[in-house]
Design a protein around this ligand. Structure first.
Ligand code: MV4
Length: 442
């Protein structure tokens, strides 16, 4: 196992990784920006190094500075967390060149899955159902229109380098496509350095279901069931749960096995997630693969009893998975909500200083803020996550409602009112949550 791990991240996920490392007796190295001099992760790690100014481009995205720090601190490995450099194949490659273990899959796998068109191709080759559409870059507007006509409107226009809904637009007809195409393509080119676009058929009233995978470097790949992330706002997940209230065990196993087949086909290693859309007729389609630990991983931990960060570390250190698929049991129902520092009316980020902070008892929290913490505009506005568990979904929802009402956070605005409303809604209780939930019900 590693002696010392550098965490190339901040906030709650840096704290989460430090916690597991500490439990396993691994020393930790924090990197921090000017704005994070007094941040919890800076203090919690065994060592901490200032890497630059507050802006992420000057600090948490500065590949060379982070590599240099890892070498200076003598770290054996780097955990990228989520966001930031976690799906940056160049960063994974730089780690490899310097003989530092990148805690994640190999650089070429990150690059392949980062291109949503390449990912579709790989999945088709593996016999995994993908959303009906094209697995080639569209070309000019006339070619795009021809393709869309073949697929049939409405279509989903997507940026190959996008993912997570960035650069994505639903278009109802050719006129709308003509209006949207060049602009989206240019935005993708500016934002990602890759303007390749593709088109899929729109799967309506779908559920967004993702399968958690673990794959070691010795050919063992298993799934840890699914998470249902259908409650989203502008492609920001709001509530996630496991298991999905929509799947029966037969479909659950079929989707899980398909995800394992997909991961094996591309030679995937480490923790990863395959996202599917599941339509009302229980057809499921590959959407994209996330080659990192995800924000919502705790709900899977709650129902399986496994520590995903521990298994990432073990896999990266070359260990063999000590359990097989049959050993993975699920127990109970877990729900996670994300607390965002944002104005619940305008949804704009709400930076400021937290003047009062008290958490409900008896539920899991992942957070890196406290009373007197300052939420700066430099970073993601997600400041905490709360995870509840019950023996049944109804019990978990009841705990969630109670805990949300006990949550006290003052000085900044948060999405707590929205979360309370969602948790208390009849539709959510009935499990009637498709990807259009927040629009339909709130
Ligand atoms: C879709 C889709 C329907 N049809 N693609 C959103 C995030 C990204 N991972 C892919 N997403 C979607 N892709 C096709 N062909 C529905 C979603 C989707 C969604 C869309 C609108 C509003 C909320 C949504 C929540 C989850 C998924």
């Amino acid at each position: 196992m590693f002696t010392k791990v550098l965490i190339a991240n901040r906030g709650e996920i840096a704290m989460r990784i430090i916690r597991t490392c500490s439990r396993l007796g691994i020393k930790t190295v924090a990197v921090y920006s000017e704005a994070d001099r007094d941040a919890p992760h800076t203090k919690a790690a065994t060592e901490a190094y200032l890497i630059g100014e507050s802006r992420v481009s000057e600090s948490y995205l500065n590949i060379e500075r982070i590599i240099e720090t890892a070498k200076k601190a003598n770290a054996d490995a780097i955990h990228p967390g989520y966001g930031l450099l976690s799906e940056n194949s160049r960063f994974a490659e730089r780690c490899k060149q310097e003989n530092i273990v990148f805690i994640g899959p190999a650089p070429d796998i990150i690059a392949k899955m980062g291109s949503k068109i390449e990912a579709r191709k790989a999945m088709e080759a593996a016999g995994v159902p993908v959303v009906p559409g094209v697995s080639e870059s569209l070309g000019d507007i006339e070619a795009a229109c021809r393709t869309a006509r073949q697929i049939g409107y409405p279509v989903m226009l997507k940026a190959s380098a996008g993912g997570g809904g960035i650069g994505m637009q639903l278009v109802q007809n050719e006129e709308a496509l003509r209006k949207a195409y060049e602009g989206n393509k240019k935005r993708a080119a500016d934002f990602f350095g890759d303007g390749s676009m593709y088109i899929e058929k729109v799967i309506e009233h779908a559920r967004h279901i993702e399968v958690q995978l673990l794959a070691d470097q010795h050919g063992h790949t298993i799934h840890l069931f699914e998470r249902d992330c259908s409650v989203q706002r502008r492609h920001q997940k709001v509530i996630e749960e496991a298991p999905s209230p929509f799947l029966d065990d037969k479909l659950r196993m079929k989707i899980g096995q398909t995800a394992v087949k997909a991961a094996k086909a591309i030679g995937y290693t480490n923790a990863g997630t395959i996202e599917f859309l599941v339509d009302p007729n229980q057809n499921f389609y590959f959407l994209e693969m996330n080659t990192r630990l995800q924000v919502e991983h705790p709900v899977t931990e709650e129902i399986t009893g496994l520590d995903l960060v521990e298994h990432q570390l073990r896999i990266s250190a070359g260990h063999t998975l000590t359990f097989s698929q049959q050993d993975i049991k699920r127990n109970g129902h877990a729900i996670e909500v994300r607390i965002y520092a944002e104005d619940p009316k305008t949804f704009y980020p709400s930076p400021g200083t937290i003047t009062a902070f008290s958490l409900p008892k008896g539920v899991r929290h992942e957070c890196a803020v406290a009373k007197d913490s300052t939420v700066t505009p430099f970073y993601d506005p997600m400041i905490a996550k709360m995870i509840v568990k019950g023996q049944t979904r109804a019990e978990a929802i009841e705990k969630l409602e109670t805990a949300l009402r006990d949550y006290r956070i003052e000085g900044i605005k948060t999405n707590l009112p929205l979360l309370i409303q969602a948790a208390a809604s009849k539709a959510f209780k009935e499990g009637d949550v498709t990807t259009d939930f927040l629009k339909q019900h709130l």
